[in-house]
Design a protein around this ligand. Structure first.
Ligand code: SAM
Length: 116
């Protein structure tokens, strides 16, 4: 079986069992798992991604209706995970299938995260 199908099924099963799940796709690139699983997950699941700023920009161009909320940062930054925490449960964070038009998070001048 294709690796992507296996991870789709594992992710969906986990999220169905835990409706408050937070998916963090580290190095999300152009991955479209959030799109593939749209409608198959509880709307309360939060789907986040992180990648390098230039990749996040490319992703926003190619996937303007991205279902993942994507945060531009390098995971070599020591505080990258901590900076995601305030975004978990944020009212604008949403699960695949919970709506359209998700602007990517972009770093503010001080490096903190904000919606763009
Ligand atoms: C092989 S791609 C995989 C993309 C996606 N996960 C998929 O399965 O299609 C690896 C991704 O990791 C990202 N990446 C590499 N180093 C990174 C870092 N230090 N911080 C964040 N993302 C990084 C790359 O930009 C790239 O998008």
């Amino acid at each position: 079986m294709h690796r992507a199908i296996v991870f789709d099924e594992l992710t969906a099963a986990y999220c169905r069992a835990r409706s408050d799940a937070v998916v963090v796709s580290v190095g999300i690139g152009l991955d479209t798992r959030a799109e593939r699983l749209a409608g198959a997950l509880p709307p309360s699941v939060t789907w986040l991604g992180v990648d390098m700023p230039d990749v996040v920009e490319l992703r926003a161009t190619l996937l303007p209706r991205d279902r993942a909320r994507v945060f531009p940062t390098s995971i070599t930054e020591p505080d990258w995970a901590e900076r995601l925490l305030p975004l978990v449960g944020h009212s604008s964070a949403r699960a695949p299938g919970a709506g359209a038009g998700s602007p990517a998070w972009r770093p503010a001048g001080n490096g903190s995260a904000t919606t763009g």
